[in-house]
Write a protein that binds this ligand. Structure first.
Ligand code: ADP
Length: 502
């Protein structure tokens, strides 16, 4: 089974969130199962060219206003020495990717030419396959930036013999980001206006890339079973719930796994001392190092609540830090705890957080992106706070659980699939959950966890051990993806036979 992953992010090359972790760790796991997997990515400025191999000859990509040329680089996905390495191909096009930032920058939050950047990238995927003489059974596209790959396949490339047996899967990592732009961007795609309507691009007189992908891909999935159900409702469907209901026979949820070579307290190289359920001393050391890093009193008895997050509305930052009604002030002034946050994102939130931190001695922040500190927070905290508005799967709560850091989360999306709420009568559960996203609910639930920390120490210890025994490895989910690819391939081969007979 040959699979081409088309993605705008993949670890360790380009990452803004969980998408990057998932694309790489899923690809590695599929390769371990024996699948032939390749990844295609844009060559952003942040990807160091000197470590890549340049393929000879330029790649011509036919776009709406003529052919455009790019260079192709190649490397292998780092990780375990695998008999079956995952090759990663990079598309270099100075005009589109020769700048800082992935989707935007400080000056321009969302690059105005993103429709062209990602249409070009998706079309180049087909040309790349021709160049290397490798034609996938499945094109697996991720989120809106890769959606066009499924459209090009269905409306253009499948009519060529090279891709006549290729099927497609589109994975929704976050329905909130759809790639909605002006219709004037459509001519550049090189597709006819009949496709604009037939593929479902039209969205209130705008161009919606994800919507077209949802209509065009052979199968669809999202990253947790619960989010698959939620997205078919008006409340969580971001206006595409109707499309997902129409396609519900082809749509499922497969829970993300985590990369257990990287996110594993027994193997973690980024924390002061590795630990496991048999020897938890490393967790205490991590807590000490965390308190030291954030200039907090090094006290093992005070509960530390950690956060690692994009600072966006989705993550509940309005309810937690909002200037007029956020709950952080009450949490930090009324409870004996320490709260540390690593994150970056919306400017108002960064400002507000810095200002709050200067007034609250037990609230420390680092506004940056740091893999190292994220590991230290996940390992060294006692609780991990994730008050998300919605959460397609969420990786951070799974990382926290396997590090024995109990999540405090809202009952939504993949958080429901991965965290079991604490029951103080029975002492069961792996975390603390609340229903409605309000400042009061966040405060009450943090208060509940802190109360348990001081009053139910044995239960907290048991919850920790229970959490650390959870298996979130890709083993099960990668097999589900492999089975889905098989199903797509079988259906596609059948459909091609009918097309040929006609
Ligand atoms: P999302 O993809 O919606 O941002 P997830 O929980 O699925 O949320 O994944 C977030 C990923 O990004 C996790 O790996 C988390 O550790 C990482 N992350 C988010 N912000 C930062 C940051 N400032 N520094 C380091 N890692 C971060």
């Amino acid at each position: 089974m040959k699979v081409l992953m088309v993605s705008s992010e993949a670890m360790p090359f380009a990452k803004t969130g969980g998408l990057a972790d998932v694309v790489s760790s899923l690809s590695s796991s599929l390769a371990e199962l024996g699948l032939d997997v390749k990844i295609i990515l844009p060559r952003y400025y942040s990807v160091d060219r000197s470590k890549l191999e340049l393929l000879s000859g330029a790649l011509g990509v036919p776009m709406g206003f003529g052919e455009e040329w790019c260079a192709v680089y190649k490397t292998a996905l780092p990780g375990k020495k695998n008999k079956n390495p995952v090759e990663v191909y990079f598309i270099e096009h100075e005009k589109y990717f020769g700048r800082d930032g992935i989707y935007g920058s400080a000056e321009e939050m969302d690059f105005h030419d993103n429709p062209s950047r990602y249409s070009f990238f998706c079309r180049s995927a087909f040309q790349l396959c021709r160049k290397i003489g490798w034609f996938p059974d499945i094109i697996h596209a991720h989120d809106w930036p890769a959606s066009m790959a499924t459209v090009y396949l269905k409306f253009l490339e499948r009519f060529n013999s090279d891709f006549k047996n290729t099927g497609s899967l589109l994975t929704i990592h976050n329905l909130g980001y759809q790639g909605i732009y002006g219709k004037n961007n459509f001519d550049y795609t090189g597709l006819g206006w009949d496709v604009f309507y037939n593929a479902g691009f039209e969205d209130w007189n705008m161009l919606n890339f994800l919507k077209a992908g949802l209509y065009s891909a052979d199968k669809l999935n999202t990253v947790s079973p619960n989010y698959a159900e939620e997205t078919k409702t008006q409340e969580h469907g971001f206006r595409l719930d109707g499309v997902l209901r129409i396609r519900s026979d082809d749509y499922c949820g497969i829970l993300n796994g985590i990369y257990t070579d990287i996110w594993n307290p027994k193997k973690d190289k980024l924390i002061p001392k590795k630990y496991s359920i048999n020897d938890m001393s490393g967790k205490l050391e991590a807590k000490k190092a965390l308190q030291k890093h954030f200039n907090l009193p090094e006290d093992p008895d005070i509960p530390v609540i950690g956060m690692v997050t994009r600072l966006s509305e989705q993550k509940g930052v309005g309810e937690l830090f909002g200037p007029s009604y956020g709950s952080i002030w009450n949490i930090c002034t009324e409870m004996k705890l320490q709260l540390v946050l690593l994150g970056s994102g919306e400017a108002w939130c960064e400002q507000e957080i810095k200002s709050l931190s200067s007034r609250l001695p037990n609230f420390k922040v680092q506004i940056s992106y740091s893999e190292e500190i994220s590991h230290l927070i996940v390992a060294g905290s006692d609780f991990f706070l994730m008050p998300s508005q919605y959460e397609p799967c969420g990786l951070s709560q799974m990382y926290s659980l396997v590090y024995g850091t109990l999540p405090i989360v809202r009952k939504t999306g993949g958080l429901i699939d991965t965290v079991v709420n604490y029951d103080e009568n029975k002492g069961t559960g792996t975390g603390f959950m609340f229903e409605h996203l309000t400042p009061q609910a966040i405060k009450d639930t943090v208060g509940w966890a802190v109360w348990a920390w001081y009053n139910k120490q044995e239960q907290i210890r048991d919850m920790r051990l229970r959490a650390m025994k959870q298996d979130f490895s890709w083993e099960i989910s990668a097999k589900k993806y492999a089975a889905l690819y098989e199903q797509i391939k079988t259906e596609q081969t059948g459909a091609e036979r009918i097309r040929t007979a006609e």
